[in-house]
Design a protein around this ligand. Sequence first.
Ligand SMILES: N=c1c2ncn([C@@H]3O[C@H](COP(=O)(O)OP(=O)(O)OP(=O)(O)O)[C@@H](O)[C@H]3O)c2ncn1[C@@H]1O[C@H](COP(=O)(O)O)[C@@H](O)[C@H]1O
Length: 107
Amino acid sequence: MTEFTLTDLDRIIARRAASDDAMSYTRKLMDKGVAKIAQKVGEEAVEAAIAAVKGDRQELKGEAADLLYHLLVLLRATDLSLGEVMAELESRTGRTGLEEKASRPAQ
Ligand SMILES: N=c1c2ncn([C@@H]3O[C@H](COP(=O)(O)OP(=O)(O)OP(=O)(O)O)[C@@H](O)[C@H]3O)c2ncn1[C@@H]1O[C@H](COP(=O)(O)O)[C@@H](O)[C@H]1O
């Protein structure tokens, strides 16, 4: 199990989005704007769904990675942070962060 997280990827994306490296796919996507990034998210979501229905787990893994990467780029392009989305997900658990941490077994 890798320790690499969406937060780690989000930090990489932030650095690349702020760079002026013409070779950066992230930078190029940001330059194309929200509509193009949103289109990529839609395409990757459909490709992931098709892979799942086909039962192709290897393909689903790749498409899911593409989807998460493009979704994080979309959040950045729209000034919505990953933290805000995680807070929304946390609120749906009916718990506050403090309660969740308190209920975890001691390490
Ligand atoms: N996780 C990813 C990642 N996933 C997918 N992709 C790119 O997404 C693109 C999707 O390919 P497609 O064939 O669907 O798209 P395309 O034909 O190239 O482009 P369009 O014409 O459709 O816009 C590919 O070029 C992939 O390289 C990614 N590009 C970058 N990252 C991460 O972002 C980091 C920074 O990348 P750069 O910005 O390129 O330095 C990398 O180190 C990775 O960690």
